[in-house]
Design a protein around this ligand. Structure first.
Ligand SMILES: Nc1nc2c(ncn2[C@@H]2O[C@H](COP(=O)(O)OP(=O)(O)OP(=O)(O)O)[C@@H](O)[C@H]2O)c(=O)[nH]1
Ligand SMILES: [Mg+2]
Length: 278
């Protein structure tokens, strides 16, 4: 049976380590992607929040639909939105962290979240140097490491996904670059689901071609547009899916939020039910 979740060994190890060291922390900084604040929450945050205060950072503000993001900023307690590439929002985050600094020593914090949301980039900005490796693929950081800066002792941690997520959930996260599509069903399947999601949720404007009734035909037209051709003029659908998802997640097709406060989680999307509605 094909895999539907991505949970390599470093995630299990990271989970154990974070739970072990949580008691020694003053505050936890959870990074989520502002384009899906519900679906990109950390599976560990419920248990961590029971023992330590949490500051929530919504990254990739620059790629999010501004109107929907404004709704989120009113709805989510302790949230800061940030464009980490431009350092926008950093001083507010730093101030929020420093409120937890005990008078006799530095503040101890861990940056946690699912893969590829910007944890290591935020850590580097807080630490004031490029100590942790940053990269635009999920799973760059593989271990829990401590970094020290004036007044702060910061833990970088690997992106951790829910090993018990429902079928399709990690495929949805692959649209944001937070899970590996090639591991959880393949680029073509993930892209077909994305086409269905966008059509079903009034976001067809983010599809780079005129959407056909059939998602497979739509993806084929996308593949032709992106030059994903193989012998006989046929489309390499896996490559077409990859190019479409990469363009979508990088924001080249437009700004978006897959979720609004009070609405459904994107990871709960059921493409089969959407079929009958479209
Ligand atoms: N446009 C934009 N890109 C961002 C933002 N924050 C992070 N990124 C990019 O997102 C990618 C992932 O950043 P990382 O800091 O490596 O993410 P991570 O959460 O540490 O990822 P893992 O270690 O794989 O779990 C990088 O290419 C960053 O430049 C942001 O606010 N806006
Ligand atoms: Mg990292």
């Amino acid at each position: 049976m094909p895999r539907t979740v991505w949970y390599p060994g470093h995630m299990a190890k990271g989970t154990r380590k974070l739970k072990e060291l949580a008691e020694r922390l003053d505050v936890i900084v959870e990074v989520r992607d502002s384009r899906a604040p519900l679906s990109t929450s950390s599976p560990l945050i419920k248990s961590l929040a029971k023992i330590k205060p949490v500051i929530r950072v919504l990254s990739r503000k620059d790629l999010a639909d501004p109107e929907k993001l404004a709704l989120w900023m009113n709805a989510v307690k302790f949230s800061y939105s940030a464009d980490l590439r431009k350092r926008e929002g950093l001083s507010q985050i730093r101030r929020a962290i420093m409120k937890f600094k005990p008078s006799h020593r530095e503040v101890r914090l861990a940056v946690v979240g699912i893969p590829n949301v910007g944890k290591s980039l935020l850590l580097n900005l807080l630490a004031g140097k490029s100590s942790a490796t940053v990269g635009n693929i999920p799973g760059v950081t593989k271990s829990v490491s401590w970094y020290r800066n004036e007044g702060m002792l910061i833990v970088d941690s690997p992106g951790i996904l829910d090993p018990h997520a429902k079928e399709g959930a990690h495929m949805v996260l692959s649209w944001l670059g937070c899970a590996k599509a090639e591991v959880v069903g393949g680029w073509e399947n993930s892209a077909l689901m994305l086409v269905k999601f966008l059509t079903h949720n009034d976001m067809a404007g983010l599809i780079p071609v005129e959407a056909d009734e059939s998602p497979a035909v739509t993806l084929e037209i996308i593949g032709r547009k992106y030059g994903c051709l193989i012998s006989g003029g046929r489309v390499n659908m896996e490559l077409a899916g990859q190019k479409f998802i990469e363009a979508f997640s990088s924001g080249r097709l437009g700004k978006f939020c897959l979720e609004i406060p009070g609405g459904e989680k994107a990871v709960d999307f059921k493409p089969d039910e959407a079929d009958s509605v479209v």
